[in-house]
Design a protein. Structure first.
Length: 217
């Protein structure tokens, strides 16, 4: 279990007016999910979730908005099953010789996507992202970054200057950042209190069950 140490003031959450998750948002998140993924610890596949959604989508709206209202990401949705797949021709006594596959609850993934969409909207609409960030943004990516790079090179050529580029790759970047730093950064950006509390719950008390994947997932 991991605890995120920070101070999220309770009075920031109380009586705060913040839009509920809509049926359209939930439906969009479900439609974007991949169908061929294994299930998490709850054993509920995407197919089953879709059947329930089509039978009673109001249940989804209610449960996800209760999570938002109270700032609670359910514990069972934070339990991940990690299957360790051995890499070919590697020393199996070395932990780096395994490729981990993390299997999470489909319901947890939906709430995760809802939170992410709200966060991205807040950051973009308040111009909190650097204009030079090309990754993980709608309508931007490698091609946009290359176009900007070419402009710099062309400008340098016109002025008869030499262009140098330094390329850096941070090893294990996503797993290296401290969770409390993420929360404190979101707090600094003044994201809505209910969303902040939900993110804090999302990161707190996560658990992992390791499985031998030598015989498949």
């Amino acid at each position: 279990m991991v605890q995120v140490e920070d101070t999220v003031d309770s009075d920031l959450i109380i009586d705060e007016v913040y839009p509920e998750f809509t049926l359209n948002e939930i439906e969009m998140c479900i439609s974007k999910m991949k169908r061929d993924k294994a299930t998490g610890e709850d054993g509920l596949s995407l197919g089953i979730i879709e059947e329930i959604f089509h039978a009673d989508n109001g249940w989804f709206v209610k449960i996800f908005n209760l999570c938002l209202k109270f700032g609670i990401f359910p514990k069972i949705w934070k339990e991940s099953r990690v299957v360790l797949i051995p890499k070919s021709n590697k020393d199996l006594s070395n932990p780096e010789s395994y490729r981990p596959i993390c299997l999470l609850s489909v319901l947890g993934k939906i709430l995760d996507k809802l939170m992410t969409q709200r966060l991205v909207y807040f950051l973009e609409s308040n111009n909190l992202l650097d204009h030079r960030q090309y990754g993980f943004r709608e309508g931007m990516g490698t091609l946009a970054a290359l176009k900007t790079e070419n402009k710099f090179i062309d400008c340098a050529k016109n002025e008869k200057l030499i262009t140098c580029m330094i390329s850096l790759d941070i090893k294990n970047a996503f797993n290296s950042i401290r969770w409390e730093d993420i929360i404190n950064l979101l707090k600094m950006y003044e994201i809505p209190g209910k969303l902040l509390k939900l993110f804090r719950s999302f990161l707190n008390n996560r658990s992992v069950i390791l499985e031998d994947g030598s015989k498949g997932v």
